[in-house]
Design a protein around this ligand. Structure first.
Ligand code: ZN
Ligand code: ZN
Length: 252
């Protein structure tokens, strides 16, 4: 299976509109970050995690031709604002797209995008099929397991897809979830910035420490702020932890 990082930036994207951020920004293209999303491709399934504001641009850039399954981590705007751009996939695929997320996020999406779910909705609206997701489900050649984590006071859904675990916007990991992550070949986890600590996100040093406890072979960090310079921070990380960057592809 192949994992493609569609976006690795924090909620405002990097660089930030309006100029907030470091004064002397490096020209390293790995410091240009769309909002967080990922694409997992297996022989039988094309799975997208999150549809943020750049979703359309991300699908074009990565060459995504189908979305067989959609996984949504939570209802913050940087993770769902591009939901409407699934319409073109519905047109081509001619059936609803199965969605796995938490009940809380499903409710929030139905409220925020109520026009998609109205009984008399406009023909051509996005057609989503929310499925129950409290235990492992099978989708073709993929086993998908819920990995709920804490994002401050909120619960965010993470996902283990075969040997890849993906958790974002995380500030603590319940023991039950940690057990399910153990043994993954790849862990994708958010690490906002080097310092100071943040109430709803792990810092990079916190994420490095947590990844060691989870005993995974390789960790990739995402959801990084404009103050994370790829080259500079990468030099300070152990081999088993890397900063992801947009368009990075990893085969498992
Ligand atoms: Zn976020
Ligand atoms: Zn969030």
């Amino acid at each position: 299976m192949k994992l493609t990082f569609l976006g690795t930036g924090t909620s405002m994207g990097v660089p930030v509109a309006g100029g907030f951020g470091p004064k002397n920004t490096s020209q390293d293209p790995r410091n240009q970050r769309y909002r967080c999303a990922a694409w997992i491709k297996t022989p039988q399934r094309s799975i997208v995690i999150d549809t943020g504001p750049e979703f359309r641009l991300q699908t074009l850039r990565a060459g995504i031709k189908r979305v067989d399954v959609l996984l949504i981590t939570h209802e913050h705007t940087d993770h769902i604002a591009g939901l409407d751009d699934l319409r073109s996939f519905n047109y081509a695929q001619k059936k609803p797209i199965p969605v796995y997320t938490s009940e809380q996020t499903e409710e929030a999406i139905k409220h925020r995008f109520s026009y998609m779910f109205a009984p008399d909705k406009t023909p051509g609206s996005v057609d989503l099929d929310f499925r129950p997701f409290t235990e492992t489900v099978s989708e073709g050649d993929c086993e998908i397991t819920p990995l709920p984590v804490r994002h401050g006071k909120m619960t965010v859904m993470g996902f283990r897809i075969n040997d890849i675990s993906y958790i974002t916007d995380v500030s603590s990991i319940p023991d039950e979830t940690a057990k399910k992550i153990r043994g993954s070949k790849i862990l994708v986890m958010s690490g906002l910035r080097w310092s100071p600590p943040h109430p709803t996100h792990f810092t990079i040093p916190e994420a490095v420490e947590v990844s060691q406890k989870l005993e995974v072979r390789q960790t990739y960090l995402i959801h990084m702020s404009p103050f994370v310079d790829h080259g500079e921070v990468s030099r300070q990380l152990p081999d088993r932890v890397k900063l992801a960057f947009d368009q990075l592809e990893v085969s498992v």
